[in-house]
Ligand binder design. Structure first.
Ligand SMILES: Cc1cc2nc3c(=O)[nH]c(=O)nc-3n(C[C@H](O)[C@H](O)[C@H](O)COP(=O)(O)OP(=O)(O)OC[C@H]3O[C@@H](n4cnc5c(N)ncnc54)[C@H](O)[C@@H]3O)c2cc1C
Length: 384
């Protein structure tokens, strides 16, 4: 069978666009297929901002990958000539023993990542928005090198550069079917069957539809975000306010990203809850945000950051794809020789996109990677 492509990448959201970018720059004949258009708002990679941080509370094993990703973000910015990462810092708040506070300190100590501890009694003089915070916070931590990245623009920057390096991209085409056959892989989209040596699947919330063979129970959840317009707009600006991740009593944490003038998405402080979304399916998710959901965001934000409280003036719905243990999946699909999947990014994957793309490109090229990503392999989760 003659192969048209070295590698086909299915799904050009965060991870797929990064894989296409790396492969094209390595001189591979790469075809990227996306069912919608680049930077679309129907998956998991829209909403104008994604927090980037390094003292990783989810697990310190992620830190070397984050450090590599940071270098790659800088390279993407350089090649595109566009500012994608804004280092306004991230403020964490919680009780000493919480997953967030204990986890940030652990990763910071292990990997020498600068963080600053701030006594809650002093937070007002440092970050006035959080003075009089009424969550039960025992300690604030501030990570100055952290911040946020622009997801839609980052995806477009990677895909534009991939095209400049010879990648062929098909947008508005859904892959209906794929299978390994002989020495290659067949992928059918838009009535055409493409042949490749290797296949990378990066389908986000559509993983269950495209890759049942991974045999892991993934759950998509509907995540609502709101943009708060503070009563004094300048006080919510990234010049004076950091991104934040605040634990709440008996509730999931809340996160937020300050306003930035060149955002290109709704203006205001973007606020959401990390982890309490309702289960949903990618093609039937309810994309209408209810008034009570906006009220919940306003009330929680007013408790955490009374200095910039205000009303939700824009909102959006997005999806997490959750694995049973909250960690990503990057691996060959069981029973396959030439097909690799990256999925289950559990609401914290965007900051890793460039390094995930690099791991995927390595796996497609040689079947292995030197990057320390073994802890993300499927074997830890597989059902009998
Ligand atoms: C509200 C919210 C806030 C978040 N905040 C952060 C944060 O602050 N920091 C952070 O690091 N992460 C954050 N995340 C998580 C991060 O955005 C995701 O982990 C990441 O975007 C997932 O990327 P992906 O490539 O797996 O999915 P996507 O970017 O959704 O890409 C999957 C793509 O595959 C395409 N596709 C699927 N099936 C097919 C098919 N059959 N044919 C063709 N194309 C197909 C889809 O259309 C889609 O474009 C957040 C997520 C949400 C929802």
């Amino acid at each position: 069978m003659s192969q048209q492509w070295d590698v086909i990448v299915v799904g050009m959201g965060a991870m797929g666009s990064a894989a296409v970018w790396h492969l094209a720059r390595r001189g591979k004949r790469v075809l990227g297929i996306e069912q919608f258009s680049r930077g679309h708002d129907r998956g998991s990679s829209h909403g104008g901002s994604r927090i980037i941080r390094f003292a990783y509370f989810e697990h310190s094993d992620y830190v070397p990958l984050l450090q590599r990703s940071d270098m790659l973000w800088k390279e993407i910015e350089k090649r595109s000539g566009e500012k994608l990462v804004h280092r306004c810092g991230v403020l964490y708040g919680g009780v000493h023993s919480s997953e967030v506070i204990a986890g940030v300190k652990h990763s910071s100590q292990l990997h020498g990542i600068p963080i600053e501890s701030i006594n809650p009694a002093q937070i007002g003089s440092r970050f006035p928005a959080f003075a009089k915070c009424s969550e039960p916070i025992e300690e604030f931590l501030f990570e100055p090198n952290a911040g946020f990245v622009r997801p839609e623009r980052a995806i477009c920057a990677m895909l534009d550069d991939a095209q400049r390096n010879g990648a062929v991209l098909r947008e508005g085409q859904a892959v209906q079917e794929w299978r390994e056959r002989g020495e290659g892989v067949e992928v059918t989209a838009g009535g055409v069957t493409h042949l490749a040596h290797e296949l990378l699947l990066c389908p986000g919330a559509w993983t269950q539809e495209l890759a049942q063979a991974i045999n892991v129970p993934l759950v998509n959840t509907r995540q609502v975000i709101g943009w708060i317009t503070p009563s004094e707009p300048t006080r919510g600006d990234s010049q004076v306010m950091p991104a934040f991740f605040i634990e709440r009593e008996n509730k999931v944490p809340m996160y937020g990203v300050p306003m930035a003038s060149d955002q290109g998405s709704p203006s205001g402080i973007k606020v959401g809850f990390h982890g309490d979304g309702q289960e949903c399916f990618a093609d039937s998710i309810d994309r209408v945000v209810r008034r009570d959901e906006m009220t919940a965001i306003e009330a929680a934000f007013a408790r955490a950051a009374p200095g910039v409280a205000g009303a939700v003036t824009a909102s959006s719905v997005c999806m997490y794809t959750n694995t049973p243990d909250g960690h990503f999946i990057i691996d060959r699909i069981p029973g396959c020789q030439r097909t690799t999947i990256a999925c289950g990014f559990c609401g914290h994957g965007f900051k890793f996109a460039p390094v995930v793309g690099e791991i995927l490109a390595d796996l497609a090229e040689t079947g292995e990677t030197k990057l320390p990503a073994d802890f993300l392999r499927l074997k830890r989760l597989m059902r009998d």
